[in-house]
Write a protein of this length. Sequence first.
Length: 227
Amino acid sequence: MNVILTGASRGIGLELAKLYSNQGHQVICLTRNIDPLIALKQPYVTAISTDLSSPESMDKALQTIKATFKNIDCIIHNAGSIINKPFEQITLSELEKVYRVNVFAPFYITQQLVGLMGKQHKGHVVNISSMGGFQGSSKFAGLSAYSSSKASLAGLTECLAEELKDKNIAVNCLALGAVQTEMLEEAFPGYQAPLQPLEMATYIFDFATKGHLYYNGKILPVSSSTP
């Protein structure tokens, strides 16, 4: 398999990169900090330094991918940007950055790579959302930009599932509950989550590999608590 993975320098993304490479799958990681991936010294890991908030940076990465790989089996949009700040204090530039990483980048990367998917095998696009963006779930003060962007990603999932089904591509969204990552610490300092990054990465790995055989256009909560 050839897998595109964003946000792979830490937490769940880094563990996913390890899982794919250990299974002999080629994983192309788009992330700002590529040092942790280089340190893995894995032959199946291709790390491309990419700023997902920059169209120019994404274009350079996409050009490299298109020049190197003839087919892509799966895209996992794992990267996320968060800001924990009262609604009244969030600036337009801060809001835009969150949406660029959490919504615009998945839209654009998928758009540019669909031509490489669904030809040899059924393709799978997996959008990683959050329970914070899941309709009817508990919401938290300070996370209006983050949670609303993740809700938008869920809506995009449903739209793309309809548009891409005839291209032999499934699109699904996982709304993750709390995992003990650096991002969780930014949002909820001191909170102890029930899951570690490797545990959630293992679930995502299995879903990305097989989930498209059973689901398309689904927003699936992955949480041990009730919304």
